[in-house]
Design a protein around this ligand. Structure first.
Ligand code: PLP
Length: 353
């Protein structure tokens, strides 16, 4: 007897990066931050009232939304929080797209969760190829018949970014469609659309605590946008999980959002290392598009991504590889600490010689 639904039997779920624990790896495969979170995070954990955990948390994450609103220069009614930005993205599909509508448009090489969410919610996917140099073809996207767009900016796994002015032009050209900007890596680029959301009621910006805030273990992300879009996300949340942001996550993330100086410094270090790694990899003969994120998309012709990935893994360095057309010549390498990056370069030199 098979009790699974047709959907449960047939859907292809998202595959997250490996979290291997069989040995100590230099872990450069899931774009985590090489630096710890702000010391204020530790303090917030120490200050937690364990007895208070018998209570449910705030259903609207009000304390955290106020902290985010202050940081982003918007009102709390413009902010929605979820259990990771993945959950915020998931809820955005039923909030803004109809199963019998024209569908959600996104690039062929982008965050692969969009495709999974579209399938899960039964929303048509309109997939537009990137250009040959891996940049977005915004004109081709604009020409699609769809209800709206998902654009990861900077994009994953390529690291390529779209500047604010170009994005504004795109957004302005599709005023009847919703544009969901996934800014998971935006702090490493500095061209966020958040300062413009007030002018564009069709834009929802989604951000995460997992990457630049070094809090992947906490599971929290948020959206910033027009109050009516945010209200739509709340309606979907309350059909699914009343309390997606737990009390610990709320306190920790609120503390993190307040420590701008600490995170600005950590982000600067990652950006500097990204530059150093890009130069070093290109000198070794790798093709590396200019990255605006905390990872590099690197290929070395006929060697192939799989060989690089497997050889590095046997040397104790984990990177990400996808056995998919257009991606299989490349690996995605998270920018680590200076020491981790030195190990990566040393192992790559060994593999190539
Ligand atoms: C990491 C990532 C996310 C999801 O992050 P959460 O950990 O769920 O907050 C969303 N979008 C992109 C493009 C990512 O790389």
């Amino acid at each position: 007897m098979d009790f699974l639904s047709r959907k449960a039997r047939s859907i292809a779920p998202y595959t997250a990066g490996e979290q291997l624990r069989d040995r100590t790896y230099v872990k450069l495969n899931t774009n985590e931050n090489p630096y710890p979170p702000s010391p204020r995070v530790k303090q917030a954990l120490l200050d937690m009232d364990a007895d208070g955990l018998r209570r449910y948390p705030r259903p609207d994450a009000g304390l955290l939304r106020a902290a985010i609103a202050e940081k982003e220069g918007v009102s709390p009614e413009n902010v929605f929080c979820g259990n990771g930005s993945d959950e915020v993205l998931a809820l955005s599909f039923p909030a803004f797209f109809d199963a019998d509508g024209a569908g959600a448009c996104f690039a062929d090489l982008t965050y692969s969760f969009y495709e999974v969410f579209a399938a899960f919610f039964g929303i048509p996917a309109k997939v537009v190829p990137l250009r040959e140099d891996f940049t977005f073809d915004l004109a081709a996207m604009r020409a699609q018949d769809c209800q709206g767009y998902y654009i990861a900016n900077p994009n994953a796994p390529t690291g390529i970014g779209i500047g604010r002015a170009e994005m504004e032009q795109f957004v302005r050209s599709v005023p009847e469609k919703i544009v969901i900007l996934d800014e998971a890596y935006m702090d490493f680029f500095g061209e966020s659309f958040v300062p413009l959301v007030k002018e564009y009621p069709n834009v929802l910006v989604v951000r995460t605590f997992s990457k630049s805030y070094a809090l992947a273990g906490i599971r929290c992300g948020y959206a910033v946008g027009n109050a009516s879009l945010i209200a739509g996300l709340f309606r979907m949340k309350d059909c699914f999980n009343s309390y997606p942001v737990d009390a610990v996550a709320e306190a920790v993330c609120a503390a993190a959002v307040g420590d701008r100086d600490y995170y600005a410094a950590a982000t600067e270090k990652v950006i500097a290392e990204r530059g150093r790694l890009t130069v070093a990899l290109r000198e070794m003969g790798f093709t590396v598009p200019e990255s605006r994120a905390n990872f590099l998309f690197a290929g070395r012709g006929r060697l192939g991504g799989k060989a690089i990935y497997e050889k590095l893994r046997s040397e104790g360095v984990l990177v990400r590889f996808w056995d998919r057309p257009l991606l299989r010549d490349f690996v995605r390498i998270t920018v680590g600490s200076h020491e981790e990056n030195d190990i990566l370069l040393e192992k790559l030199n060994k593999i190539l010689s």
